[in-house]
Design a protein around this ligand. Sequence first.
Ligand SMILES: Cc1cc2nc3c(=O)[nH]c(=O)nc-3n(C[C@H](O)[C@H](O)[C@H](O)COP(=O)(O)O)c2cc1C
Ligand code: SF4
Length: 701
Amino acid sequence: MSRDPRFDILFEPVAIGPVTAPNRFFQVPHASGATNAMPRVRAGLRGIKAEGGWGVVCTGACSIHPSCDDAPLPYATLWDEDDIRAHALMTDAVHEHGALAGVELFHGGGAVLNRATRLPPVSPSGKGWMATHTTFMSSLRPRAMDASDLRDLVRWQGEAARRAKRAGFDIVYVYAGMGYLPYEFLLPEYNERTDAYGGSIANRVRIVQEMLDATRDAVGGDVAVALRISLEELRGRPGESDETEAHEAIRLLSPHTDLLDVKMDSSPTDCGPSRFREEGAHEPVVDFVKSRTDKPVVGVGRFTSPDAMVSQIRRGVLDMVGAARPSIADPFLPRKIEEGREDEIRECIGCNMCIASWHEGVLVRCTQNPTFGEEWRRGWHPERARPAGSKDRVLIVGGGPAGLECALTLGRRGYAVTVAEAGRELGGRLLFEAALPGLSAWRRVVDYRLGRLAQMPTVEVFTESPLDADQILEFGFERVVIATGSHWARDLYSDLEVPVEASDHPAIFTPDDLAAGKAPAGKTVVFDFDGYVMGGLVAERLVEQGTDVTYITPAGGASVWTVNSNEQPYVHRRLEEAGVAVRTLERVAAFEGQTLTLAHIFTGSARTLDCDALVVVGARRSNTALFDELQARRAEWEGAGIKSVDLTGDALAPGAVAHAVYFGRGTAEALDGEPLEVFLRDAPFYTDRDLDRLIPKARIA
Ligand SMILES: Cc1cc2nc3c(=O)[nH]c(=O)nc-3n(C[C@H](O)[C@H](O)[C@H](O)COP(=O)(O)O)c2cc1C
Ligand code: SF4
C-alpha cells in the first residue's frame, strides 16, 4: 500500500538548529518509569519508537542535580559521568533507526521534595507546590534561592548538557513547565523576587534564557537546544508590550532556542483524559506561538488522526506533531501512515493508565499496547510475535479485551485460533463501559483488535456460543484459554476495610445489574470503594436517567485512585455540575431498604440516611466456574487431546482493562514459552569509580 498524498507533509524533514529531523513526528519528553536503574528496558522502549518511524524520540524529565530528587516518582538522572552510559544505550537504539534523540533536562525546584537525597529543596521565593496529590505532598518546604543558587542552577544545566552531548543526544532541553523550577520563575505567585529575576516578564524569563544559553555554550554548534514551556497561565495574563504574557515570553525566549515545545500547565490539563478532553485540546493555548517565533514549534494534543495532524500544520499552529500517549499506544503510528495503513493505527484511548503508572512509581503501562516496557525484558514487539512453537489449535472462551488480545497475539504467531463468545457482541466488559458518559474512545480497544483479527485467516470468531466443560472436552482443541471475565460483587466494606457479604436485599444493585438494564428507583446511593472510574461513571449515568443520586465513599475524594490518571479533579467537577452530593470518609454499614446506616471510617460514629436503592461499586470477583470445572476433570484431558487450560484477563485477576489486555498477551506468549514470572531483570551500570566510592563507605557503616 502506498501513502495517501494528503499526508505527505507529515514526512517532510524539519531543521532544528544544527540537526535535521527526518519527518514531523516528534515523541515529546515523557517519562517511562524505567529510570537509569533499567537502562536496557528504557533503550528498548525508545528504540522501538524510532523503528516505528518517530523522527525524534526524547527521554522523560532527566534531573540535572541531586537537589532535584523526585523520588518516589521514577525519574532519570544525568548527575555525573556515571549516568552517561545508561543514556548512551538509549541514544544508540534511537540512532539505529535514523531518528534524533532528545533529552529533557529538568530541575523540579519546589515541586520535588528530595526525599531520597535529603538536600533542601529550592524555589525562587521559598514557595512550594502545595499540590493535593499525595506524591507531591511533603512535610518539608523549599528555601528561597539566593544569587549563588541561581549561578549554581545555570552551571548545573550546562554541566548536564555537556554530559548529554557525550551520551549522544542530538537535542538538549531546558524544561520550563508544569510547576518545575524554571516555570516557578515565570509566575509571580511563585516568584516574589525583587532582583533581576522577578517582577516584569522580561525579568521572570531571565533564568530560562540563561539556562538555554548555558546549554548552547555546553553543547557547541552541532547539538540543538530546545525549550519546553507551559503557557496556559501566562496566556491568561495581559502582557505589558504584547497581547498576553505568553506572547511576550515566547518572543523573549525564542532567540535563545532552536525549538519551542509548547503545552498546558498541569498534568490533568496537559495530559488530559479523553473522558474530559478532546484531541487537540491544547490548540487554544498554543495557537499563537508561531506568530512570535521563527523557530520550529512542536505541540501535543493526543493526536491519533493523521488528518488532525495535517490540519495543525497546514493551519500554522505547529511545525511538528508532538505525541506522548499516541506514541506509547502505537510506536508504529508514523510507519503505518507512511505505508498507507492508517486504519491499522492502535489509537490511544486516553484512559491515562500510562501516567497513572508513573504516578504509582513504576514502569509505564498502556491499555492499548501491552508490549510497552516489555520490549527488552520479555522480547515483546508491538507489531509482531514470535512464531508458533507447535501446530496446536487453540480455543479461547470469552471475547472481551483479554480474549481478543490473546487471539490477536496467537494469530500473529500463526496459531489456528477459535474464539467463542457467549454474548451477541464481542467486547466483554467494554460493551457496557465504553457506553458510559465520556468513554466512547475506550471502544477502540475492541475495534482495533477486531479489525486486525478480521484480516487473519487462521482466527475464527463465534458469538452467541456459550460453552460448558462437556463441550470443551468433546471439541478436541489442544489448548484452551478461559477468558470469562469477572463480576461486581454485592459486598459492603467492613470496619477492617475488607469486602464483606451484603444482604440480598432486592434494592441493592451492582454495575452488572445496570449493564443488564436494571434501574434503581427513588433516592439512590452509589457506594464506591473501588476508587477507580466506575463509581463516578455510574453516578453520572444515573443522574442522566433522572435519578436522585448521593455518592458515598470511604476514601477522601470521589474516584480516589483517579488522582493517578489525572481524572479526579474533573470527576468532582462533573459530579458537582450534575447535582450529586459527595460524601467522603464514610462506609455503608448496613442497608435493609429505606434506611442506610453509615459509619465514619475513622471515628466509627454512625448516622442514617433515607435511601430507596443502593448501588455498590466495590469488590470484583473472577468468573472461574468453567475453569474450575475443567481443572476438576483434569483426568479427562489426555483422552480429549487437551494439553493445557489457562486462565487469563479478569478471570485471572480482575482489574482495569490494561491488566486484562496485558494478561491476554502474556497468556498467548506463555502458551509454549516463558510464563509471566520469567523475564530478564535489568540492572544499573556501575563503574569502577562507583564501586571504589560506595563499597568502602558501606563497610565503615
Ligand atoms: C506516562 C507519561 C509521562 C510523562 N512524563 C513527562 C515528562 O517526563 N516530561 C514532560 O515534559 N512531560 C511528560 N508527560 C507529558 C507529555 O509529554 C505530554 O505533554 C502530554 O502527555 C500530552 O501529550 P499527548 O496528548 O500526546 O499524550 C508525560 C506524559 C505521560 C503520559
Ligand atoms: S494507557 Fe491509555 S492513555 Fe496511555 S497511551 Fe495507553 S491507551 Fe493512551
